[in-house]
Design a binder for this molecule. Structure first.
Ligand SMILES: [Zn+2]
Length: 509
């Protein structure tokens, strides 16, 4: 009960129960873990936004708390309207800088490394980028989790997991087509092979997946099921399905209503999904070498020249032996076959590597840009683009790449510095100030220059008090900072000339 209450956001009574269990059994492992966590939770910062209580690590809250709040407010606006739901609020969002704390808060025990975030209806727990070993887009994760809040509350928690996951992944793609999962050669093969699960049995795909890949595929397939439902029966019908579930109608019965029978539903969805799979990269060959055939890969490659795996392997081999022109030719063929390859080590990453080796900066940049149009977590490509465009002082592009990298990792000093500069150039002083303040939290080598930049930004937007404060802080760090001294003199002059007459005469108290 203690754990359930905590997961439901009933914090006071939850902690009360934790204490009760602990007095009776001080050796209970979960309770011991939760007590440890309680003291950690007290060190977190709280950000309040309409409908939310957000808790984050102190430093992280200062770096990107504002952006977290902005995104959640947008999600609330869009999704509660779309799903016509009145929520019980506030929603608690807890973002942990260490995975083990996320695990204790979510599961009561360490583990669950594969989870980015979890939702219990009123509580969302998530890993911060600092807690993760893989690149992931935290905006997409929070959008997904918040969508669970909406669907779980709408159905009073009476919905199958596949349906809630399907809607969350579907809504990620609605917000941004490159968020959420999308079709790739693996999924194409799974749908057209033996791994497709009929819609009426999708629960089992989540409860007993054959492998981690099958579980991941279940999320994708569930999102396709929602796409099919909305295309065929419309959004209103999806809402009715959720309403039916909320009043306790069994899932099978609720699902049967629109198509007439579960068989019809399964049949229609199979046709929909296999069409999508056939359409994706229609020209490619999908033959894959077996373990045995891998031992004699050259022979297998000869026999399967049209296979996508064969072409990929060949390009990689050509790259590793520095045969750039041949690699380029074959990679271009691959691109024609698979123009929507969103994988971060796929055809666009290969093309970028080849062009880079050939010192063709323009083409390298093109390939990287194409990857960023398909992938939401392509950190490496974005970092390289940032490097290229900083050389060219292309501030519009720098700004875009920085914003995109911050969606994956806001805790990188050089990216926050670059965004601040680009924002200043674009006359966006609000974002510049936000980024410079973030920099101060990220242990800059030269805090004086950050304060100086802040002073300049405030000065340019006529905020002389703040400008003066930061220029003094710069001088406190570095008393012989000539530019800062000059700026201080300038600010004094400007703020003096702005001062109202009465103050100079000393008539006001
Ligand atoms: Zn989910």
């Amino acid at each position: 009960m203690a754990q359930d209450l905590l997961r439901l956001g009933e914090l006071d009574s939850g902690w009360e129960q934790v204490n009760r269990v602990q007095t009776k059994d001080p050796y209970d492992v979960t309770i011991f873990n939760l007590k440890q966590l309680q003291s950690q939770l007290e060190t977190l910062d709280t950000i309040e936004a309409p409908g939310f209580i957000i808790r984050m690590d102190k430093k992280e809250a200062k770096v990107y708390g504002h952006e977290v709040a902005e995104l959640l407010i947008e999600a609330r606006e869009v999704l509660t309207k779309k799903y016509n739901t009145e929520l019980i609020e506030p929603i608690y969002v807890e973002i942990f800088p260490r995975q083990k704390e996320f695990a204790i808060r979510t599961f009561g025990l360490p583990g669950g490394e594969g989870f980015l975030g979890v939702c219990f209806g009123r509580l969302i727990t998530a890993n911060s980028p600092a807690a993760l070993k893989v690149d992931s887009n935290w905006k997409a994760v929070l959008w997904h989790e918040y969508c669970h809040v909406v669907t779980l509350q709408k159905t009073k928690n009476k919905m199958p997991r596949w349906l809630s996951e399907g809607i969350s992944v579907y809504e990620e793609r609605q917000r941004n087509p490159i968020w959420g999962q999308s079709m790739d050669t693996t999924y194409k093969q799974m749908i057209l092979g033996d791994d497709f699960v009929p819609m009426s049995q999708l629960s089992s795909a989540f409860l007993q997946p054959k492998s981690p890949l099958h579980l991941q595929f279940a999320y994708y397939e569930a999102s396709l099921a929602i796409e099919y439902w909305v295309e065929k029966y419309g959004m209103q019908s999806l809402l009715r399905l959720l309403e039916d579930l909320s009043v306790g109608m069994p899932a099978d019965e609720a699902l049967r209503r629109a198509p007439g029978s579960l068989d019809a539903l399964d049949e229609e969805f199979f046709v929909f999904a296999s069409e999508k799979a056939h359409e994706y990269a229609a020209e490619i060959g999908l033959a894959k070498p077996s373990e045995e055939e891998r031992k004699e890969i050259a022979v297998w490659l000869e026999a399967h020249p049209e296979s996508i795996y064969a072409i990929r392997l060949k390009v990689q081999a050509l790259i590793s032996s520095n045969r750039w022109e041949e690699a380029l030719e074959l990679a271009k063929q691959l691109q024609t076959l698979l123009p929507n390859d969103a994988s971060n080590d796929g055809v666009y990453a290969m093309l970028a590597a080849i062009h880079r080796a050939r010192k063709d900066l323009e083409q390298e940049r093109n390939a990287l840009v194409q990857l960023t149009n398909l992938s939401a977590d392509c950190r490496q490509a974005l970092m390289r683009l940032l490097e290229i465009d900083r050389e060219r002082m292309d501030f519009e592009s720098i700004f875009v790449w920085c914003e995109r990298i911050i969606e994956i990792d806001p805790l990188r000093l050089e990216v926050q510095i670059a965004r601040a500069q680009a924002a200043q150039k674009r006359g966006n002083s609000g974002v510049a100030v936000r980024s410079l303040n973030a920099c101060l939290e990220l242990e800059p080598i030269d805090p004086a220059s950050i304060h100086y930049q802040l002073a300049l930004t405030f000065e340019s937007s006529q905020k002389f008090e703040q400008a003066k404060r930061h220029v003094l802080m710069a001088l406190e760090e570095s008393p012989r900072y000539i530019e800062a001294l000059t700026l201080l003199a300038k600010i004094r002059k400007q703020s003096d000339s702005q001062r109202p007459q009465s103050t100079i005469e000393g008539t006001s108290p």
